[in-house]
Write a protein that binds this ligand. Structure first.
Ligand code: FES
Ligand code: FES
Length: 133
């Protein structure tokens, strides 16, 4: 049912935790299942994501997709991070079962919410970023 990569990231998730005084924090809930995800971003003066951590109160697919998403945005620019869609994360994980696709949205939404928080704190606008719901 799950790919080896999903199982690996579920059993051994990368970048779990919190960042104190993070540049941006995003918390989202999944309307479908009630699961919760929080992402912390540390962004430097050049707009590079130096560090990223996540915490989730969610299912295995949410853990695996968040773990992979953090790996994909680490060291990237804000614009590159916006390209890390749930589809990109699922592809990097060699797919998810159809009933688990909604879980992969949590990470994408939490990253966007954290970027929005960062933009608000710094009084800037990020091109292509929509206000989180
Ligand atoms: Fe969230 Fe299954 S509904 S863990
Ligand atoms: Fe809720 Fe996966 S079942 S995020």
């Amino acid at each position: 049912m799950y790919s080896e990569k999903v199982m690996d990231h579920f059993k051994n998730p990368r970048n779990v935790g919190e960042i104190e005084n993070a540049s941006g924090v995003g918390t989202v809930g999944n309307a479908k299942c009630g699961d919760i995800m929080r992402i912390f971003l540390d962004i430097d003066d050049n707009g590079i994501i130096q560090d990223v951590k996540f915490k989730t109160f969610g299912c295995g697919a949410a853990v695996a997709t968040s773990s992979m998403a953090t790996e994909l945005v680490k060291g990237k620019t804000i614009q590159e991070a916006l390209q890390v869609t749930n589809k990109a994360v699922m592809e990097a994980l060699d797919g998810l079962p159809p009933v688990k696709v909604h879980c992969s949205l949590l990470a994408e939404e939490a990253i966007h919410a954290a970027l929005w928080d960062y933009a608000e704190k710094n009084g800037i606008q990020i091109e292509g970023l929509e206000k989180p719901k």
